[in-house]
Design a protein around this ligand. Structure first.
Ligand code: ZN
Ligand code: ZN
Length: 180
């Protein structure tokens, strides 16, 4: 097999070029990864730039340093944690108590069994439980009977009253029209 120094040198050149290209790509992707990672962990722009610069300047050791020093939790995780803590606090803060006798009551009780204090009321339209302080049902939007509805003009009130009066007649006429 003839030994050709020209082929060998071009082969080494190719290999070096390939390795160099690979390293450059790895470097760039590591810098990009660092930038994306620090973005998810802090809103501090200076920290973002610093972390990216460290991985850009020091390559793999820089990324290692970053991995050691980076904030432990991402912003998402922090947000989830605060949500969970708030939920936990609420359950601790609000053990339902009877306002009359101070005994523990269950959320779904209408009346305190010990002192007969009214705890909840039911919606007259859909029958769901409402707090005593609410004047509008959160489930179906029906206001309490006798409640003044905010932002309702006199026209609206008279119109709704007229419609209520008309409604039975209309239904009757529909029934007669369908039966005939
Ligand atoms: Zn009670
Ligand atoms: Zn309702």
């Amino acid at each position: 097999m003839p030994f050709d120094p020209a082929t060998l040198s071009s082969l080494t050149y190719l290999a070096t070029a390939f390795a160099g290209g690979f390293l450059a790509a790895l470097w760039l992707s590591l810098v990009f990864w660092t930038y994306r990672d620090i973005r998810r962990r802090t809103r501090d722009n200076l920290l973002c730039i610093l972390a990216t610069l460290v991985s850009l300047a020091l390559f793999l050791p820089g990324v290692l340093i970053y991995l050691v020093l980076r904030p432990q939790t991402t912003l998402d995780q922090e947000y989830q944690q605060t949500l969970e803590e708030e939920a936990l606090l609420q359950t601790i803060e609000e053990p339902a108590m009877c306002p009359g006798c101070g005994r523990k009551v269950r959320e779904d009780w209408l009346v305190c069994p010990s002192c007969h204090t009214r705890l909840k009321k039911t919606c007259h339209h859909c029958g769901k439980m409402m707090d005593l302080a609410w004047n509008l049902c959160p489930f179906c939007g029906t206001p309490e009977p006798g409640m003044r509805i905010e932002n309702m003009t006199m026209d609206d009130v008279t119109r709704s009253m007229v419609e209520e009066v008309k409604e039975p007649n209309r239904q009757e006429s529909q029934e007669t029209s369908t039966t005939s």
